[in-house]
Design a protein around this ligand. Structure first.
Ligand SMILES: Nc1ncnc2c1ncn2[C@@H]1O[C@H](COP(=O)(O)OP(=O)(O)OP(=O)(O)O)[C@@H](O)[C@H]1O
Length: 600
């Protein structure tokens, strides 16, 4: 919770800073690859706006020469011209509408892909200090806002701008005196737009923030539905969720109010001005200074101008919303991964090795920087050696794996693989030599084959089958309804814990790693699958370096060496018998294990 709050604050600060539409400029770069479509869309837009404006000219001709002048031929010409204009208008509207929607969707797809491309490469520590739901909301909701804005608001803004300028020019041509009046209205409209618009933007951001909280909450609780139900907390969670929804709703209604208020102010001012114009213009027609056609077309242009202004005030708010969304997206995109390959990458010796060294390593997790989890930790593992790491819960055993995978960098000391400091290597290169089987393996919501191939994407089917057999998983995989093609459900929920583990082992075998990192499951597998897993691991261990977080006595006994870890330090090491004879922490842990196993 604390980290969530901190995140919200950081994000909030970032948003408050931007008072302009600058992020939209950067967004425009995403349109560059599609510039010809953009040009075509703009042409269609200009054509459509021109068509609408020319209707006003046609109207004047129709009234003055056809209706008032009483000439049928003039009326026919006017109607013919209007028909042509309508066809042009329809075609250009179609072109514009299709192209801008296409462009909006295209840009959003590109944005999402490039944002994900960066996110997936960020170090795990980054995600521990942020709320996942919040990040996901930037990837989905914020990009959707941009899509909507490109597809409708930007075009509307351009269209309205064209109409505004074109309308004003035609107004001036028709009657300069009345146009002067219209221009008096402009500041009256613009000032409230700017003032209230600012408020609208702030409220819009607040709304987006609240919605992000709602999705974060939903993800958290729905993802832990078993825990919620097991503890009978459904009502509590529903209440919490409802509260978050209400807060989001309250923010959204404040936003709606401000937006509606803005629209109402603009409309009142503009329509009021038109009434004044009609009143003054009407007097000119009566006294013969203006023709009826001129006044009609004037009112037509004036309403075009008014509509354009009203529309602009609306789209201005939308553009600011998009600027906020773009800012949130680019803020994420600009985060540099803290764990990456250095400019000059060292190379590893040939594959066969697997030597590991931790040299005076001290480490605290980013989310708890003041607590040292490893404290001047030293460990050397020779190629091919099997080392068991034992120690009480929270001693820092899994953290050793985290550092070896370089999910984090230690604050002090260095970690070496085959004589090279991990920081001098490209992470994706050295990680290829490692395979991790974690205590609670993660499977993905695809089929068995794809899940095993996660270990080595280019492996052929025969290799997958061999790996599965060696992981003692072939039996149950073949009994699944569609064998290797069986869909495993999200996160592999359709398999038992032991089955999931064997799939994870098959994945590791397929990788042919030089170093195997094994976090043994403490969860009770049934005796048969336990033996199967053990045998699989035995085979996997053969001929490679192996670091095992050991919970089972069988593993501990077979290890070349046992390292006893307590509070982030190595307090003892040796073989099983030596350590038992010394009667320290290990002897106590082992006695406990024996008792438990005897009891079982
Ligand atoms: N991502 C994290 N952020 C902050 N603290 C963490 C994180 N992961 C682990 N810790 C803390 O670091 C300490 C060591 O954790 P670690 O998982 O390495 O212990 P362990 O020896 O593997 O324990 P266990 O046998 O229970 O799995 C624990 O106190 C834990 O609370």
């Amino acid at each position: 919770m604390a980290s969530g709050r901190r995140t919200a604050q950081v994000v909030g600060d970032g948003r408050e800073k931007s008072r302009n539409l600058k992020p939209l400029k950067r967004l425009a770069r995403y349109l560059l690859p599609y510039r010809w479509r953009l040009v075509l869309a703009l042409l269609a837009l200009v054509l459509a706006a021109g068509s609408v404006l020319s209707l006003g000219v046609g109207m004047r001709y129709l009234i003055d020469h056809g209706l008032v002048g009483g000439r049928l031929i003039a009326m026919r010409h006017a109607v013919e011209a209007v028909l042509i204009v309508i066809v042009v208008l329809a075609l250009s509207t179609f072109t514009r509408s299709y192209l801008v929607t296409w462009l909006g969707e295209r840009v959003v797809a590109d944005l999402r892909t490039s944002l994900e491309r960066r996110l997936i490469r960020l170090e795990p520590g980054f995600f521990e200090t942020r709320r996942m739901g919040e990040i996901i909301s930037r990837l989905t909701t914020d990009t959707s806002v941009i899509q909507a804005v490109i597809a409708s608001s930007v075009t509307q803004a351009l269209r309205n701008l064209l109409m505004l300028v074109g309308g004003l020019v035609l107004l001036a041509v028709t009657n300069p005196k009345l146009t002067g009046l219209i221009l008096l209205v402009v500041p009256l409209v613009v000032v409230p737009i700017v003032v209230i618009g600012r408020n609208v933007r702030r409220l819009s951001r607040q709304t987006q923030d609240r919605v992000a909280t709602v999705s974060a909450l939903a993800e958290e609780t729905l993802g832990a539905v078993k825990t919620v139900q097991a503890f009978g907390q459904e009502e509590h969670e529903s209440r919490r969720f409802a509260e978050a929804c209400e807060t989001a709703f309250a923010a959204a209604s404040r936003y709606a109010w401000a937006r509606a208020f803005l629209a109402a102010i603009v409309i009142t001012l503009v329509i009021g001005a038109i009434v004044v114009v009609l009143w003054i213009g009407g007097q000119d027609v009566v006294s013969g200074r203006l023709t009826a056609g001129e006044l009609a077309s004037f009112v037509f242009f004036a309403s075009v101008v008014a509509g354009a202004m009203g529309g602009l005030s609306d789209t201005f708010g939308d553009l600011q919303r998009a600027a906020g969304a773009a800012e949130r997206i680019f803020e994420l995109m600009d985060i540099k991964p803290k764990i990456a390959a250095p400019p000059i990458v060292a190379t590893l010796p040939p594959r066969t090795q697997g030597e590991i060294e931790f040299n005076r390593v001290s480490f605290a997790y980013p989310s708890a920087p003041e607590r040292l989890v490893l404290d001047h930790f030293d460990l050397r593992v020779r190629p091919g050696e099997t080392v068991a790491i034992v120690g009480p819960s929270g001693a820092g055993k899994s953290t050793i794996f985290d550092l070896l995978m370089r999910f984090y960098d230690p604050q002090e000391g260095r970690v070496f693989l085959d004589g090279q400091d991990l920081r001098s290597l490209a992470p994706e290169m050295f990680r290829r030599r490692l395979a991790l089987v974690s205590q609670d393996p993660v499977l993905f919501g695809t089929d068995v084959l794809t899940n095993i191939r996660y270990g080595l994407a280019e492996a052929d089917e025969a290799a997958v089958v061999t790996a599965t057999r060696n992981a003692a998983a072939q039996g149950f995989v073949e009994r699944l309804p569609q064998g290797y093609k069986t869909f495993l459900g999200e996160r592999g929920v359709r398999l038992s814990g032991g089955q999931r583990q064997r799939i994870a082992i098959a994945r590791a075998i397929l990788r042919e790693p030089s170093v195997l990192l094994l976090d043994e499951a403490t969860s009770a597998l049934d005796a048969e699958s336990e033996r199967a897993v053990q045998e699989a691991l035995e085979r996997l261990r053969h001929g490679r370096t192996c670091l095992v977080i050991a919970h089972r006595l069988a593993t501990v006994r077979k290890a070349d060496r046992i390292v006893v870890l307590d509070q982030g330090r190595v307090i003892d090491e040796g073989r099983h018998e030596e350590l038992v004879a010394r009667g320290g922490l290990y002897a106590r842990l082992a006695a406990l294990q024996f008792d438990l196993e005897a009891a079982a």
